[in-house]
Design a protein around this ligand. Structure first.
Ligand code: SAM
Length: 213
């Protein structure tokens, strides 16, 4: 998702109390930012943020960070955020490839990848958020039994991920090709993209991967 440039987006983001402006400064001390040592969960590519804000609202004892690389998209999330009374969530406008400079080893408990861009051309495989390149970034910041949860409507990206994730040294503990009609559906929180695809009758794939190290 890359919305048209919105005038003033950068300024709004730079002055928002809900956005961490210099995230690298907090590496290793995220519990101080939140004022609690609760587990830390991150959504990479949060889009307009429905999923992560619903999670934060339902789980006050977990801290959440939503990551999005485009200002125009993050701005949409901020509009919704300002209507919600939440103390356990922040956003960042960064590229996920930089996460290891922002989080210390073991500082993150769970990473959500929801409807990530598929990058279908072979020559762009390294840009997929489930490629070994990105799995090694997650590996650097996740707690010893940390988990990655990945949902997509894109069968090709899902089949790629079923191979790329184990090849990066991870164990896939659960997966389904039809989330909404599976036992994995319990407690599922839908994203904006998921609601759209589900309304079109498209099956949603999901996997959960665990670090083995
Ligand atoms: N997760 C949302 C949902 O399911 O409704 C949005 C899905 S949208 C297809 C993917 C989002 O991930 C886009 O907003 C895109 O800008 C963001 N994104 C893709 N690659 C990223 C990266 N490397 N770092 C941060 N955000 C990224």
């Amino acid at each position: 998702m890359r919305l048209r440039h919105i005038q003033g987006a950068e300024e709004t983001i730079a002055s928002s109390p809900f956005v961490i402006q210099e995230p690298k400064q907090h590496r290793g001390t995220w519990n101080q930012v939140f004022g609690s040592s609760s587990p830390l969960e991150i959504e990479v590519g949060m889009g307009k943020g429905r999923f992560i804000m619903e999670k934060a609202s339902a789980n006050p004892d977990i801290n959440y960070i939503g990551i999005e690389r485009y200002s125009s998209v993050l701005l949409r999330g901020l509009q919704k955020r300002s209507e919600m009374d939440l103390e356990n969530i922040y956003f960042m406008r960064i590229d996920a490839k930089d996460m290891a400079e922002i989080f210390a080893p073991g500082e993150v408990d769970r990473i959500y990848l929801n409807f990530s861009d598929p990058w279908p051309k072979d020559r762009h495989a390294k840009r997929r958020l489930t490629s070994p390149v990105f799995m090694s970034v997650y590996d650097k910041i996740l707690a010893p039994r940390g988990v990655v949860e990945f949902k997509t409507d894109n069968r090709g990206l899902f089949e790629y991920s079923l191979e790329s994730i184990p090849s990066a040294g991870w164990e896939i503990t659960e997966h389904t090709f039809d989330l909404h009609n599976s036992t994995m559906a319990e407690g599922n929180v839908m994203t904006e993209y998921e609601m759209k695809f589900a309304s079109e009758g498209k099956p949603i794939c999901k996997l959960i991967a665990r670090r083995t190290g």
